[in-house]
Design a binder for this molecule. Structure first.
Ligand code: FES
Ligand SMILES: [Fe+2]
Length: 389
């Protein structure tokens, strides 16, 4: 809404906007800068809290070359530390997950031991050097927040932003989806041969949809026009009276969910409003690491790990109600197959984007009007980089 209460007009870009410089997508120095300024100071999605239930159970989470050791302590709280011993810096844990044999985090090198609050408890030397106070050698903390059953970390613990800033402007609220109660029914993992920003750029526009996603454009007809909502069409005012989903957005007539046949695979979540039941989907975006897409009967959580300047791991969990997963008549493959097709199409085109971006004359690209959310993403990147680019 505008200040006078009127609906906003055409929302596409009107001005010519350059993309980020091409080197930002492959230069190792730029990658390190992304980690330092965009990943480590922000909240990064780790995993679902329900996957770490027992005291002493742990997981490690690696972002770039920084690794967090996350453990559930004796009181049931989750705690996160750098996976680094205070003696001489050895990695405390090699595994990606497991359960401690005792309630002590024991360094595999010289056996310094820390309690689950991170305090140094065991130093096996026969004597202590003068002035050594074990209180000064607790594990390095990493900030941790749980939100609706999801665990987020901020590696720059001393400067962690308030969690309310974790989700991007324009995100929906998923208050009526029972996120914390849902159960993972399927996981998709793919190593993408592209920079992590290429993934987000693709996520933020549908100009590619007509060419790349025929099945999706059939399900969400407005995508077949390369846009995601009515006001991305400069001539939207000519069509105000129609309810055609090709103009107004939403799923095709008769479809209720993102499945191969458009039918929900299980019961529709009971607390959704009428608008939430009829929308194509609802989403929340947590830059730089995650997104959630909510449908009437299931959800997906996607998360990214930047592995290198030109390599990114994408993991997507499909979440269903326990009742749906227990129902022998509920065929969850209908939900899995539909989105997997779309994910693979996007992954392929992201990799193609990365391959071309290295051409020597291609210093920078340009955005089209339909790429206004991509401009917002670039603004977020530029702001995080301190106005560079
Ligand atoms: S490096 Fe950990 S005990 Fe020596
Ligand atoms: Fe796509």
């Amino acid at each position: 809404m505008t200040a006078d209460g009127a609906k906003p007009d055409f929302i596409g870009l009107k001005r010519l906007e350059p993309t980020l410089p091409s080197s930002y997508y492959y230069d190792p120095v730029a990658f390190e800068r992304d980690l330092e300024r965009l990943w480590h100071p922000n909240w990064v999605y780790a995993f679902r809290a329900s996957t770490l239930r027992e005291p002493g159970s742990f997981k490690t989470v690696t972002i770039g070359r920084q690794t967090a050791f996350v453990v559930r302590d004796e009181d049931g709280a989750l705690r996160a530390f750098h996976n680094t011993c205070r003696h001489r810096g050895t990695a405390l844990c090699r595994e990606s997950e497991g359960r401690l044999k005792s309630m002590l985090i024991s360094c595999p090198y010289h056996a310094w031991g820390y309690d689950l609050k991170g305090d140094l408890r065991r130093v096996p030397s026969l004597s202590m050097p003068e002035g050594f106070d074990r209180k000064n050698f607790s594990l390095y903390p990493i900030a941790l927040t749980e939100w609706r059953g999801l665990v987020f970390l901020c590696f720059d613990a001393a400067n962690a932003p308030t969690f309310s800033q974790a989700f991007a402007r324009g995100s929906d609220r998923l208050d009526h989806w029972p996120i914390e109660d849902l159960v993972t029914g399927h996981t998709y993992t793919r190593r993408l041969a592209c920079n992590w920003k290429v993934f987000w750029e693709n996520y933020n526009e549908c100009l590619h949809c007509p060419r790349v996603h025929p099945e999706l454009c059939d399900m969400v007809p407005i995508y077949g026009r390369g846009i995601m909502s009515e006001r991305e069409d400069p001539k939207w005012a000519d069509h105000v009276s129609t309810d055609d989903p090709r103009i107004k957005g939403g799923l095709k007539r008769g479809a209720q969910s993102w499945t191969v046949d458009g039918r929900p695979v299980g019961d529709v979540f009971p607390n959704l409003t009428e608008a939430e039941r009829s929308g194509a989907f609802h989403f929340m975006t947590g830059l730089p690491s995650m997104y959630m897409i909510a449908h009437v009967d299931f959800m997906r959580i996607g998360s990214l790990r930047p592995l290198g300047p030109e390599e990114t791991e994408l993991t997507v969990d499909w979440l269903f109600s326990a009742a749906t997963l227990a129902d022998p008549k509920a065929d969850i493959t209908k939900a899995i197959d539909f989105a997997t097709t779309v994910l693979d199409q996007d992954a392929d085109v992201c990799e193609l984007n990365q391959r071309g971006i290295r051409a020597k004359p291609h210093k920078q690209g340009v955005l089209m009007p339909e790429e206004m959310y991509l401009a917002d993403f670039h603004e977020w990147v530029r702001a995080g980089l301190g106005g560079e680019a």
